[in-house]
Design a protein around this ligand. Structure first.
Ligand code: FAD
Length: 551
């Protein structure tokens, strides 16, 4: 019987790994590491991944959550980047239409704005060409009246015209999770809360990793023929374990997003607009809220918990208030938010906003491979390049041969819905079929949208043995149980922040349900008192921080 991807089996997984030799160990469980794990596994490599926090707890749960062609990179003449990520977004969408959705976007052209009508026309034409945009999603140039019909709150005195085009909105942490789960289904191993604390060597060549399970303090040695460092903002820190590595490559740039209720900023579709001084911000509707971002400031403090400052928040509120009439967002309107760090490769004399978003691969004399930079959108292609390299090296050193990359045609977990064009039909069919006691139609719909072809596993939980005596709805328990059994959810924050994003988009419910969820998990997962105290403190500290963003 295959073991569930669950907290319960962590010790078994770790013991098994310490007795075996992997073809590849990936350090870091953000989208970059997740993509590499899946690619390696689909080619037949025995592969394992270690993540020191929760999966995607680094930058990969803190992005603008767009799978996009990167329109703004045209201004920096990054044509090849726009071409690659533009084409990738179609693949990412096709392989997981439950996580990524097409999102109409309006770009208002304003007087003295950073994009003029001619620039917009040319830029969009080039973007459509480079990014291979589908016919039905090609840009439309709108006159002022049409823009106002779409967005009556835009300021009349500065508006000139607009462009209507399409981006893709994703759920970044769920994307990483579904990619990891697909690799797990194909016999890979992945563990969160396991920190790589050093490398193993055979002579002067890297031969594995030393791992500490942060939940127990136990340390393990895991042997591997190849090791890839995919630790995003921590790449320099992880490379420092290897004395053949190059240091000081990264420049970290912080970007923040804030969340307000949709009634406070009632926009009809996502928007991308001028924020002054040549910068642009997004306002993106999601689940009855609108999130607004982002900023770009160099960051030199502690990497794990970047924070939103009052200046960051006020800058974003000011950008919205300057663009719309009769909309006055105040600090009290901010319900939640997040800050993330872009791991950029330093370029002499360039500010964060000017640095290329291209990824770069470093191969050191020890054999350690490190990857840094890049975008969420390009994760699959980045993984393909890295695993091509690993495959070549394993062929040269061990005469092992692996098949070529197939991830462009590999649906991720939950994505087996018969192709993106059938997803809406799939959702409606399920909503019609599934009738469960205590579930509303809306709850069924939400589960199908979130879990795609895994939704039946969530629904089946309602009929299985679960802990009684809690005050949670059947739908909530099913989702929580699913995440415990199949998504290695370890702490309440894993559930509230990265499995469901409720801490960002439904904080009122989180505040209402936090004690029940905590009690359910404590009983279900048999936490000892020190784990229980730690998780309680982490939960309270995070919720206090999120609710303080309005002050
Ligand atoms: P991370 O997600 O940070 O993953 C690295 C992981 O390594 C972390 O989880 C960390 O805990 C782990 N780790 C570190 N050290 C160790 C160790 N010793 N042992 C084990 N694990 C370790 N891209 C887009 O395509 N679209 C967007 O809309 C977009 N918006 C963005 C907005 C902002 C504000 C930011 C900051 C970035 C945005 N990006 C976007 C870029 C994108 O989010 C990043 O490129 C991507 O998430 C980086 O993923 P990663 O896996 O490389 O890094």
């Amino acid at each position: 019987m295959t073991r569930e991807f669950s907290y319960q089996y962590r010790q078994d997984y770790l013991l098994d790994l310490s007795k075996d030799v992997q073809d590849l160990v990936v350090v870091g469980g953000g989208i970059t590491g997740a993509g590499i794990l899946l690619d390696a596994t689909t080619r037949g490599m025995k592969a394992a991944l270690f993540e020191m926090q929760d999966f995607a707890e680094g930058t990969s749960s803190r992005s603008t959550k767009l799978v996009h062609g990167g329109l703004r990179y045209l201004k920096q003449f990054e044509f090849s980047l726009v071409k690659e990520v533009g084409r990738e977004r179609a693949i990412v969408f096709e392989n997981g239409p439950h996580v990524t959705k097409s999102e109409p976007m309006l770009l208002p052209i304003i007087k003295k704005g950073s994009i003029g009508p001619i620039g917009a026309l040319f830029g969009m034409w080039l973007y459509d060409k480079l990014a291979g945009v589908k016919d039905k999603e090609k840009r439309r140039i709108l006159n002022k009246i049409s823009v106002q019909a779409l967005e009556p709150f835009l300021r009349d005195d500065i508006l000139r015209s607009g462009v209507y085009y399409y981006e893709y909105r994703t759920d970044d942490s769920r994307l990483a999770m579904e990619v990891i789960k697909e690799a797990i289904d194909r016999k890979a191993n992945a563990l969160n809360y396991c920190k790589v604390t050093g490398f193993l060597y055979n002579g002067d060549k890297i031969s594995g990793v030393q791992v500490t399970d942060l939940l127990t303090g136990n340390t393990y040695e895991v042997k591997a023929k190849a090791v890839v460092n995919a630790t995003g903002p921590w790449v320099d820190e992880t490379d420092a374990f290897d004395n053949t590595s190059r240091q000081n490559k990264l420049l970290l740039s912080k970007g923040v997003h804030i969340v307000v209720d949709a009634s406070k900023l009632p926009i009809g579709q996502a928007m991308y607009f001028d924020a002054g001084a040549g910068r642009m911000v997004f306002a993106i509707p999601r689940e009855g809220k609108v999130y607004i971002g982002t900023t770009e400031t160099e960051y030199k403090q502690e990497i794990s918990r970047p924070q939103i400052t009052k200046e960051d928040r006020n800058y974003l509120l000011g950008a919205v208030n300057a663009m719309f009439h009769d909309i006055r967002l105040n600090p009290e309107d901010v319900e939640s938010g997040w800050a993330g760090l872009r791991p950029l490769i330093k370029q002499e004399g360039k500010k964060p906003g000017e640095i290329s978003r291209k990824d770069e691969t470093f191969v050191y004399p020890s054999g350690l491979i490190s990857i840094a930079g890049g975008k969420l959108t390009g994760y699959r292609k980045m993984a393909e390049r890295i695993v091509d390299l690993v495959s070549q090296r394993l062929q040269q050193q061990y005469q092992l041969s692996f098949s070529p990359c197939v991830t462009d045609k590999t649906p991720i977990s939950g994505g087996k819905v018969g192709g993106s064009e059938h997803f809406d039909q799939y959702v409606e069919q399920k909503v019609k079929e599934v009738k469960l006691p205590g579930w509303s139609e809306e709850e069924v719909r939400k589960i199908v949208h979130r879990y795609g072809s895994n939704c039946d596993l969530v629904f089946a939980i309602t009929n299985s043995r679960i802990i009684a005596g809690h005050g949670l709805s059947p739908a909530r328990v099913a989702e929580l149980e699913y995440s415990i059994r199949h998504e290695m959810t370890v702490s309440p924050l894993d559930f509230f922040v990265r499995r469901t994003s409720a801490a960002y988009f439904d904080i009122q419910t989180v505040l209402k349900e936090k004690d029940e969820v905590f009690a359910y998990m404590e009983q279900r997962l048999h936490w000892n008192s020190s784990i229980s105290t730690k998780f309680r403190l982490d939960l309270e500290r995070e919720l206090e921080y999120l609710t303080s963003l309005k002050k």
